[in-house]
Design a protein around this ligand. Structure first.
Ligand SMILES: [Zn+2]
Length: 391
């Protein structure tokens, strides 16, 4: 039993104060066999064999980071440096990482990935989605997904990240590879399929062809949409029933309507706007329109190299006018919804006991004290995490 919890955010309106975060003050949580068995006011807690005192700290569900690109080699800090000196972000920088990733050994890629996953866990992430997309050959995409699968079941085939240099000027040829031999090699290692649907990458017709091919093989769709400018990505997400449209920076009223009236989650990645010095998506407009919003890091070596969900929560509150409660919900339940998971992202009976103990009396401190390492402990399956595998 985790006792002496100053404030418990269950992530379910059926518990506690009835708010979306389901808050319970002066709470306890009983875990049994890795799962939550009971949550409620401390005074009403059932007897338990062992007792850990949270000392009045806040406890919330482990973060669900539903968008990351962690399988890569190389460093692009010089590109970031140049961008901060005034050069605009261009999607072409991805090709630099592709070259370094292809040249790396399996051991190098695995070591880099393991380091980043451990870094995420220290910051409270207990579920992570990991994409391929820096291999862009049959062998290198399958290799990236096989490595990612050692850390999570939420693996995403992103062969359609950019058209690689050897296919320059031959978009149809590359789409044929992605939907053919590359898809064959990647299906066994992936749950999801994704496309970078953007003027500089894949147009809506190519994206539809690729996502449809993946769905026919049992993968589920998600999409990078409307990041760098207006486009058809969100409309396509609605048309195909994608689980999530990610970025959503440039949206028309019709795009917002699609998101509000479909099962597609809008996943916002404010670390990208921070790191590219770009305008933030309008989270307030989405929330006020009834859209389900998730927050994720988009951790990648080019446009946003943060692995920190607490940092993204602080950005969402400060820069996108979300309340702290909305931001925490989006970083937990919202992320789970974007991955079509109903088990993680909540601390309710039956859910895995994946949780974060904050060195603070309230989750508000995640935005109130930006940049401060407030995650005292992350628990996975009812115990302080020690192994690097995330859900
Ligand atoms: Zn991304």
């Amino acid at each position: 039993m985790l006792d002496g919890i100053g404030l418990l955010a269950t992530g379910s309106a059926e518990y506690g104060d009835g708010s979306p975060l389901g808050e319970i003050a002066d709470a306890a949580l009983v875990a049994d066999d890795g799962r939550v068995a009971w949550v409620g006011p401390r005074q009403q807690a059932p007897a338990a064999d062992t007792r850990v005192d949270a000392g009045g700290r806040c406890v919330l569900p482990g973060f669900v980071d539903s968008h990351s690109h962690l399988v890569f080699a190389g460093d692009r800090s010089a590109e970031f440096d140049a961008r901060m000196a005034g050069r605009p972000y261009e999607a072409g920088g991805i090709r630099t990482t592709v070259a370094a990733t292809r040249a790396a050994s399996d051991e190098e890629l695995a070591a880099n990935l393991t380091r980043l996953v451990a870094e995420m866990r220290r910051q409270g992430t207990t579920t992570v989605e990991i994409k391929s997309g820096y291999g862009l050959t049959v062998r290198d995409e399958a290799r990236a997904l096989a490595l990612a699968k050692q850390h999570t079941d939420e693996t995403t085939f992103l062969g359609a990240h950019v058209v690689p240099a050897e296919y320059a000027g031959d978009m149809p040829g590359y789409v044929e590879l992605v939907t053919g031999e590359m898809l064959d090699a990647c299906v066994p290692h992936a749950r999801w399929i994704d496309v970078f649907c953007e003027r500089a990458a894949f147009d809506a017709d190519a994206a539809r062809t690729i996502l449809t091919a993946g769905m026919a093989r049992g993968l589920q769709a998600r999409i990078h949409a409307n990041q760098l400018g207006p486009g058809l990505g969100v409309q396509l997400a609605g048309e195909l029933g994608a689980a999530s449209a990610d970025h959503c920076t440039y949206l028309s009223d019709a795009d917002v309507d699609v998101l509000a009236s479909s099962e597609t989650v809008a996943t916002l990645l404010p670390g990208v706007e921070f790191s590219t010095r770009s305008p933030y998506p309008d989270a307030r407009r989405l929330l006020d329109s009834g859209v389900t919003v998730a927050l994720a890091t988009d951790c990648n070596p080019g446009s946003c190299f943060t692995s920190s969900m607490p940092f993204c929560i602080a950005l969402a509150v400060r820069e996108m006018r979300m309340t702290p409660a909305e931001a925490v919900w989006s970083a937990t339940v919202g992320g789970a919804t974007a991955l079509r998971r109903t088990d993680v992202g909540r601390l309710i009976p039956g859910a895995p006991a994946d949780l974060v103990v904050l060195d603070a009396p309230s989750y508000v401190h995640l935005a109130y004290r930006p940049g401060v390492p407030l995650v005292a402990q992350a628990w996975q399956a009812g115990r302080p995490a020690s192994t690097p595998r995330l859900r």
